[in-house]
Design a protein around this ligand. Structure first.
Ligand code: ATP
Ligand code: MG
Length: 367
């Protein structure tokens, strides 16, 4: 069954908080564009609640509440449930069976080498001060491989932090296919060509923007909230007077402009510069103040967020319809993932009751 020739996308998000502009440029905006390209046979978005529980086991209410937040964010950004299937991970039992079988194909040493998991363990304070590392969290790259392969996805549009997950998934696919036969599809990661979008930093400039760190501009942010976030944003601490030369590397305002602005924005809001490079040159030379840069960024962000806010107001008023979208999407995903599990079990010869030829095989082997 290998080499399924279909074009299938799988991506997902952990429902640990509402989505932010980092998710948007890292993955969500691309998903909408790919969805509307008409080039894909199937597109699935998985709300990874079970994965979110691996480091939030004591707070199931948070995960439950954020399922609706995340879904509203998808719909507000233009995910169309007629073209994209949105589904909930914990409702897809095939994923856990696949995870269990894939666990036999991965060593603990390999898990320990995963740089994203390493930094996430550190960030969460696991293995420090008596806080243990949950086994579920440690092994989540394996369950993520189950997610991707269960949908036979060949295309996975994600942020840079997911690269090690995709590498690990590919290894599992190769190991599985070479051991049991060609069943699984080798997935390709799709990263944004714009490097600023691959790992958008938080407004504090310290780490990647992340729901778990509270350094975010959320997609549902009002104009007032965007203003507050932009004006408290980390810039260049040595750029004290307007006349001082400033640094653009590590300066959040410029990183966000790298991710969001285009020449059209300059024509519209800041015509004294033709493009971002000209603006950066002025900042580095000295003579361009942070306030002016921030005002421009605020306008750029609000332009991007305005249609998202508009669509959101419509969906906010129809939660029963959103509930139905999730229910229907999850039912479809249950069928898809169930089919892959059957193929996997056939290949692994653990399909006893789907294979009546086994009776004669056992008869012939009786000793
Ligand atoms: P958590 O802190 O719970 O892990 P998160 O903010 O890291 O949340 P995820 O749900 O883990 O978000 O990631 C969802 C998707 O968004 C992934 O494809 C990931 O690569 C992408 N992504 C997350 N944060 C960023 C970011 N700051 N810049 C670009 N892409 C991002
Ligand atoms: Mg994450």
């Amino acid at each position: 069954m290998a080499g399924n020739k279909k074009n299938i996308i799988l991506t997902g998000d952990r429902p640990t908080g509402p989505l932010h502009i980092g998710h948007y440029v890292g993955s969500l905006k691309r998903r909408v564009a790919l969805q509307n390209s008409g080039k894909f046979d199937d597109i699935y978005i998985l709300i990874a609640d079970a994965q979110a529980l691996t480091d939030n086991a004591d707070d199931p209410k948070k995960i439950r509440d954020n399922i609706i937040n995340v879904t509203l964010d998808y719909l507000s950004c233009g995910i169309d449930p007629e073209k994209t299937t949105i589904c909930i991970q914990s409702e897809l039992p095939a994923l856990y069976e696949l995870t269990a079988y894939y666990m036999n194909l991965v060593t603990t040493a390999r898990l320990e080498r995963n740089p994203t998991v390493k930094s996430e363990i550190k960030m969460r304070g696991f293995n420090e001060g008596g806080v243990g590392l949950p086994v579920g969290f440690y092994t989540y790259p394996i369950s993520q491989a189950a997610d991707i392969t269960a949908f036979k996805a060949n295309c996975v549009p994600v942020g840079e932090d997911q690269m090690p997950m995709l590498e690990q998934c590919k290894e599992i696919v190769h190991k599985f296919n070479s051991t049991y036969g060609e069943v699984l599809v080798d997935p390709q990661i799709l990263l944004n060509e714009n490097t600023a979008c691959r790992r958008l930093p938080g407004t504090d400039g310290k780490a990647k923007m992340s729901k778990s760190l509270g350094n975010c501009i959320y997609l549902h942010a009002t104009e007032k909230e965007v203003h507050e976030k932009v004006f408290s944003m980390f810039t260049d601490p040595d750029h004290i007077n307007v006349a001082d030369p400033g640094k653009v590397e590590g300066n959040c305002v410029f990183t966000y402009l790298d991710a969001f602005s285009n020449d059209e924005h300059f024509r519209e809001y800041l015509p004294e510069y033709a493009c971002l490079d000209e603006m950066k040159e002025h900042y580095m030379r000295g003579g361009l103040g942070d306030v002016k840069c921030k005002k421009f960024l605020e306008k750029v962000l609000n332009e991007e967020l305005a249609p998202i806010r508009e669509r959101r107001a419509k969906w906010d008023a129809d939660i029963p319809a959103v509930y139905e979208i999730l229910k229907k999407g999850t039912e479809k995903a249950r069928e898809t993932t169930g089919r892959t599990l059957s193929e996997v079990k056939d290949a692994m010869m653990i399909n006893y009751f789907a294979d009546s030829a086994l009776i004669s095989e056992w008869e012939a082997n009786i000793r």
